[in-house]
Design a protein around this ligand. Structure first.
Ligand SMILES: [Zn+2]
Length: 365
């Protein structure tokens, strides 16, 4: 997403905050609960952060990372707004329409990054907040491909790039931050439209050219099974599944989708010796996940499945526990205004802003 669109998006949050719409519309807009999505939680890299983004630095995956301070601010804002943090296990029951009481919030993390263990876990433990980590067995094995990160790195240090995706050869100028951003967006779009085989081929050819192991990024960034087993021993932590290899599910056959989902549930349950009831669809937006995936998630044995489609939870979701919306905690909008707007539900009253929120859930998912 370009800088202008981010500015418009941020403007939406501050307009909601300055008009105090988050207060006067909240009784209509706030559901009975919500599920928050985090990816990376880590301090800003030296020279990084909001300032660097404002200066137009190339950081296309910035949306997927928040600071530990913003995680703390989020938990503060939830408490201030009266939300009760509960585990994913409680969600179906909490959606019961006859139930009255405080709104609930569920804290979730996708992909299983090691920085969650290092930076998020201590904060959540200190505040006694339950949370769910959705893990990808191939990432935990150190054999996964995180193509959105490999793509960012390949473009970051080059003035021009030539990528092969399937039969296509993409030759792109990447000298300026604007060229890099356009190249990333174009290739990411092409890769998301590709099937798993083309995606793996892309990552393999990139790694081969750079003389490294294609799975190196997953070993560098993702928690291993030892980390995950340690988390699972914490009664506040629920381990959920996020598919075996993080494909774009809509691009795969029904057999492959069922295998990706069911096998991830079995593998994690076997490793941790406990049932796995909850799924987060990889990518999870409307292009990647539809009714077929909701049906297959249920068939694969999951009690709930979360998307990245934005929205609060309402009692009507009780009948749609395999298509639950979430709110992405977007690293480009780490402000009190954004938090207040998201928790109020007001952005989701206006379809237009909801569309922008939807667009803000980027490639990585
Ligand atoms: Zn993911």
């Amino acid at each position: 997403m370009g800088d202008l669109r981010h500015a418009i998006f941020a403007g939406g949050f501050s307009a909601i905050a300055s008009s105090r719409a988050d207060r006067w519309l909240r009784p209509f807009a706030q559901g009975c609960g919500l599920i928050l999505t985090f990816h990376h939680v880590r301090p800003d890299a030296p020279g990084g952060g909001a300032h660097a983004v404002a200066q137009g630095q190339f950081r296309p995956n910035r949306s997927l990372e928040v600071t530990p301070a913003f995680l703390e601010a989020t938990l503060e804002a939830l408490a201030h707004a009266g939300f009760e943090c509960v585990s994913m296990d409680e969600v179906p029951e909490r959606l019961d329409a006859s139930r009255r009481g405080r709104p609930f919030a569920v804290i979730t993390f996708d992909d299983g990054y090691r920085d969650n263990v290092e930076h998020a876990w201590p904060i959540l433990r200190r505040r006694n907040v339950p949370w769910t980590l959705y893990v990808v067995p191939r990432f935990a094995d150190g054999r996964g491909v995180l193509w959105w990160i490999d793509l960012e790195r390949a473009i970051a240090g080059a003035d021009s790039v030539v990528f092969r995706v399937g039969e296509d050869v993409l030759s792109l100028q990447t000298a300026t931050p604007a060229q890099k951003a356009a190249a990333f967006a174009g290739v990411a779009r092409r890769l998301r439209a590709a099937g798993g085989k083309e995606l793996r081929g892309f990552v393999m050819s990139l790694a081969e050219r750079e003389g490294r192991d294609p799975a190196a990024t997953s070993r560098e960034l993702c928690a291993d099974w030892e980390d995950i087993a340690a988390l699972a021993r914490d009664p506040l932590v629920t381990i959920g599944a996020h598919s075996m290899s993080h494909p774009v599910l809509s691009r795969e056959t029904a057999e492959t989708v069922l295998e990706e989902l069911g096998e991830s549930r079995r593998v994690i349950a076997g490793r941790l010796r406990r049932p796995v009831r909850h799924l987060a669809y990889p990518h999870g937006d409307r292009e990647a996940v539809g009714v077929r995936e909701h049906v297959l998630a249920r068939a694969a044995g999951f009690t709930t499945a979360v998307t990245t489609r934005p929205g609060h939870l309402w009692p009507a979701h009780r009948a749609h526990c395999h298509a639950l919306p979430r709110l992405s905690m977007n690293g480009r909008h780490q402000t009190d205004a954004a938090l207040r707007a998201l928790l109020s539900g007001v952005p989701f009253l206006a379809g237009d802003l909801a569309q922008r929120l939807h667009a803000a859930t980027v490639a990585g998912g």
